[in-house]
Design a protein. Structure first.
Length: 184
């Protein structure tokens, strides 16, 4: 018998001093049975880093042709495609062809580094691709915050991320592995 997704309710208050974005988002997340707490929390931080009034969580793991998070324009075009993990070169190529901006958040320590060493030369041609790694120690600590109902405060300043939940604080230092070309 197939397991059902577990529902998580998140009140996410984002204070992004780098982009001058300050808003609270009420998110309902379906955690796939194969999704870890680490991946769930990385998904929430990725949402915060790209927060926008039109940004949405997608079906994620249960759909191959959708990113984890996306932002569509009012006319339906894909403006931002956010993916987690270690996508193949083919998936990166397809994503970069579908969206104006693609952001990939690899995580997993040495596994992510090996993936990047293998794939980085083939990503040079994608001007709309940004790759931002989350260090293993940061995501391990982040996973410990996971709970079915969370009120998270995320502060972003100078590229550093502080996530607080009740009296617990986790710091995440994203590593820019590839920057996207500035929009024209």
């Amino acid at each position: 018998m197939a397991q059902n997704a577990t529902i998580y309710k998140v009140e996410l208050s984002v204070s992004d001093m780098d982009r001058h974005y300050y808003e609270t988002h009420k998110l309902t997340l379906a955690k796939h049975p194969s999704e870890t707490d680490e991946r769930l929390m990385v998904r929430i931080v990725a949402f915060a880093l790209n927060a926008h009034e039109h940004l949405e969580m997608t079906k994620g793991l249960s759909t191959d042709d959708e990113p984890d998070i996306w932002q569509k324009s009012l006319s339906g075009e894909l403006d931002v495609w956010v993916a987690l993990g270690l996508p193949s070169e083919k998936v990166l190529r397809q994503s970069c062809g579908k969206a104006g901006k693609v952001v990939v958040y690899p995580y997993g320590g040495r596994t992510a580094e090996i993936w990047w060493d293998k794939i980085k030369n083939s990503t040079i041609r994608f001007d709309n691709l940004q790759v931002v790694n989350f260090p293993q120690a940061d995501t391990d600590t982040l996973a410990a915050l996971a709970g079915r109902a969370m009120k998270l405060q995320v502060n972003i300043q100078d590229g550093e991320v502080m996530i607080s939940l009740d009296d617990r604080i986790v710091y995440v230092s994203p590593q820019q592995w590839k920057s996207a070309a500035p929009a024209a």
